[in-house]
Design a protein around this ligand. Structure first.
Ligand SMILES: Cc1ncc(C[n+]2csc(CCOP(=O)(O)OP(=O)(O)O)c2C)c(N)n1
Ligand SMILES: [Mg+2]
Length: 803
């Protein structure tokens, strides 16, 4: 195997010249945008700016090797790369700086993300997939350093799947797995665990990934000596380098101002990754930050004069220019004219973007001024309203919030008055808020027909005398159908493959579906989620398994920063329908019986969180999610795998509805709401309560996010007038969330005869052993006594004090 870099580039001089001048133009265009962009922040027109200056040249090389179908997973420095591919114009860049909320004008996120966060569209208007093989793709950036790495692994792994899996629908996603996933990361961010975990996993998996490290020796103010062992990332990573005998990474090191060396390195990396499916690291050194890290702060504060001088001398654009002149490709005059022309272009783009940004507000301002004027003329508070109007007139460039504040404050002065002009202002205010709010809040979940909560329930069906089997067998046999019916579905995690998961819910399925679809992974929760995210972004239907719920915290950053907010931050232009499978709730000890549901429901808005009470409900959730296209977390009950359940006939078909509660026992005295493993104990307590004449209604929440979208629970409270929410999270955790949903959102308070209450676990982590469980989590006696006390409070005669 020849692993030396290619050194020849077989093109004619004319083509060579054209290529170089095209690249130089982009380099200058990008730099000019960076310089002008920073000024926009310093003059107050934009809040924050982070730019691509000092990293232009390697990105031009990367762009030249980037092909249709490929994916980028990078960070905020990649402005030049996006421009080189025609995916970012100067005007787009300025709209992003100003936070224009029109997706047509600010195509990266409609103003939701800071500038420098890039995306391409994977979805059509109707939410269906575009043909990703016909376009150049960028997964949506996040600000968290190295947060782009886990998903990069999955983006690369998708090519491997498409190359090796038979009978899979690859038409919109892959051409024989020829696509490369291109990662970029700053030198300092390579200290993050996510980077190192990704590198190791990619080396093990051997996926077509090219990671570029843009090394400018700094991470904001902190120099290299604090970041990398031996101050050299290549040296630090050298153990990952492949050899003739052992698979690993191809590793290249190249100077960031050396145009030809960069071109060769990138061509070479592309070929190795694309053809051989070998991961490649390109360590690009000697890069600079001409304006420092971002618009907040200046690098003169922390760089020595010597370093600053060195950066000036070795600025990649400057050295590119010198090289062009040295090689006689063109003349000083031609370059000068080109630079002048670009300056004009960028100025024009900036002016146009600012004008467009303002025009979205000006008509509203005009209208509001008129309405305020009219209302003032009739109001007893004329002077106050006129002041608001004049302040608004004096604000040349009002924000949307200035309009909202003006209108809403004026309405306070109109309280108690009644005339048409006031009604006109009221109407305008409501309409303005209704139109504006979605610009900031829409697309957290799918708002189209595939929304998970729209998938209809299909009940499990049973024969006349259904077989009673261990719950795990229902899961297993349902998974078998699910993988048969969905060739793009796959599952992976620690112990998921060969043994079919630690509870054997996938027993024997690897033999049937192969090692790629039912796969073991290393112990690395973050990149397990990353594999799932990246593959879901490329049309596969991954189920990523986190072995125990308590270990999900290792992956929580990726789930919250990347998966849960993907649809929101891209304004609905990308989706990653990842299913995360895990098992939790009460079993044994601190790390095998946690139920930290509040931590999850509060950090994973944008995902669905499902907590089925048994394996039939769980299996039904998997079937539902396969029909939808949204990400979700399913927590199977750890202590439910060996409990007997009736085996349904329609495995692979029945669907548990999402967002719907189920009444598992009817009753009239009190409504008990619970979920997961605790529900079984609530059912037990309800039976015991019945023996003393208390008839509890028991409701299984099932879906924590969203909870009870049909508002069925309040109907129960209307009947019982009492409410207790029981779970095994900490006090004030998920039980408080559910209480809030019922009492406030469903207006349950209107029907209550006694204080609504919660019963949760202790605040500490659950102690080991059966006694540990009893004294850490709510038990049947706790529930009995709590309910009894609530009934005793209103009817002490019939229910005298218990203890
Ligand atoms: C997880 C996380 N921690 C801290 C930050 C704040 N931060 C933003 S950029 C940065 C330095 C990154 O340096 P490097 O990776 O070398 O990239 P460069 O900006 O130099 O290109 C830091 C600390 C962050 N965005 N995310
Ligand atoms: Mg850096």
């Amino acid at each position: 195997m020849d692993i030396s870099p290619k050194t020849s580039n077989d093109i004619s001089f004319d083509d060579f010249k054209t290529q170089i001048l095209t690249d130089y133009k982009i380099a200058v265009l990008s730099r000019t945008c960076s310089l002008m962009g920073r000024k926009e922040v310093l003059t107050g027109k934009a809040k924050f700016g982070i730019f691509g200056d000092g990293k232009e040249l390697p990105q031009l090389a990367m762009a030249r090797s980037f092909k249709n179908g490929d994916f980028r997973s990078g960070y905020y420095r990649d402005q030049t790369f996006m421009m080189a591919l025609g995916l970012l114009t100067p005007k787009d860049l300025f709209h992003a700086l100003y936070a224009t909320t029109d997706i047509e004008k600010e195509p990266m996120s409609a103003g939701r993300q800071m500038g420098g966060h890039y995306v391409t569209y994977s979805l059509n208007e109707d939410g269906s997939w575009k043909d990703l093989t016909k376009q150049k793709n960028s997964s949506a950036d996040i600000s968290c350093t190295a947060g782009q790495m886990p998903r990069l692994l999955g983006l690369a792994q998708a090519s491997k799947m498409y190359r090796n899996l038979k009978n899979i629908d690859a038409s919109k996603f892959s051409n024989q797995g020829d696509e490369v996933a291109w990662g970029t990361i700053g030198n300092a961010s390579t200290s993050e665990g996510m980077f190192l975990e990704t590198i190791n996993a990619a080396g093990v998996l051997q996926v077509p990934m090219v990671i570029s490290i843009w090394d400018d020796d700094y991470g904001i103010s902190v120099p290299a000596e604090y970041h990398a062992t031996k101050e050299d990332i290549s040296e630090m990573l050298s153990g990952f380098k492949r050899t003739e005998e052992k698979a690993g990474f191809e590793m290249l090191k190249v100077k960031g101002w050396d145009y030809t060396a960069l071109m060769h390195a990138y061509e070479n990396a592309s070929d190795i990754a694309r053809e051989e499916h070998v991961p490649v690291i390109i360590h690009v050194t000697e890069l600079t930050q001409p304006q420092g890290h971002s618009s907040s702060g200046s690098h003169e504060r922390y760089k020595s004069q010597e370093r600053l001088n060195w950066e000036k001398e070795n600025d990649c654009n400057k050295r590119f220019r010198e090289w062009i002149l040295e090689t006689g490709i063109t003349t000083e005059e031609e370059l000068g004219a080109l630079e002048k022309d670009i300056l004009k272009q960028v100025r024009k783009a900036k002016k146009e973007a600012w004008a467009e940004y303002l025009t979205t507000h000006q008509p509203h301002k005009k209208k509001l001024v008129t309405l305020l004027d009219n209302a003032a003329s009739k109001s007893a508070n004329k002077n106050f309203i006129t002041k608001i109007k004049n302040d608004l007139i004096a604000t040349d460039e009002p924000l949307k919030k200035d309009l909202a504040i003006g209108a809403r404050k004026a309405l306070r002065y109109l309280i108690g008055e009644d005339f048409q002009e006031k009604n006109d202002l009221l109407k305008w205010t409501s309409e303005f808020l209704a139109e504006t709010q979605p610009k900031y809040s829409a697309d957290l979940y799918n708002e189209g027909p595939n929304r998970a909560t729209n998938i209809s329930e299909v009940k499990p069906t049973y024969g006349e005398s259904p077989e009673m089997v261990d719950g795990r067998l229902i899961l297993r046999d349902n998974f078998e159908k699910l993988f048969e019916n969905n060739p793009n579905a796959l599952v992976f995690g620690e112990d998921t493959g060969a043994i079919g998961d630690v509870n054997q819910g996938l027993e024997g399925l690897q033999e049937k579906f192969g090692k790629l679809r039912i796969a073991d992974t290393g112990i690395r929760e973050t990149t397990i989620i990353g594999q799932g995210t990246g593959m879901a972004l490329r049309g596969l239907r991954p189920i990523a398994e986190i072995q125990y719920l308590d270990y999900i915290f290792y992956a929580l950053a990726t789930l919250t920063d990347d998966v849960a907010c993907l649809r929101y931050r891209t304004f609905g232009k990308q989706k990653a329908p990842l299913i995360v499978r895990t098992r939790g709730h009460r079993l044994e000890g601190i790390w095998h019986s946690g139920s930290p549901m509040a931590s999850l429901i509060h950090s994973l808005r944008g995902m669905y969180i499902l907590s089925p009470r048994n394996m039939t409900q769980a299996a039904g959730f998997y079937n539902t999610l396969m029909k939808s296209d949204e990400p979700a977390l399913i927590i199977e009950s750890l202590n439910g795998y060996r409990l007997k359940e009736r085996k349904p006939e329609n495995l692979g078909e029945f669907c548990t509805p999402i967002g719907v509660v189920e009444t598992v026992k009817k009753g009239s005295d009190i409504t008990l709401v619970s979920y997961g493993s605790t529900l079984r104990i609530v059912e037990q307590a309800a039976k015991e309560l019945k023996q003393v004449g208390i008839d509890a209604e028991v409701i299984d929440a099932q879906t924590l996010l969203p909870f009870d979208i049909r508002h069925d629970t309040v109907k129960s409270v209307q009947k019982t007038n009492r409410l207790l929410v029981i779970d095994e999270d900490v006090p004030g955790g998920c039980s408080a969330y559910i209480l809030n949903e019922i009492v406030e959102n469903q207006k349950g308070y209107m029907y209550l005869d006694s204080t609504p209450q919660t019963l949760s676990a202790q605040a500490h982590r659950p102690a080991y052993g059966s006694d540990g469980d009893y004294f850490s989590k709510p038990n049947a006696e706790d529930i009995f006594e709590k309910v009894y006390a609530m009934i005793h409070e209103s009817d002490p005669e019939n229910y005298p004090k218990l203890r």
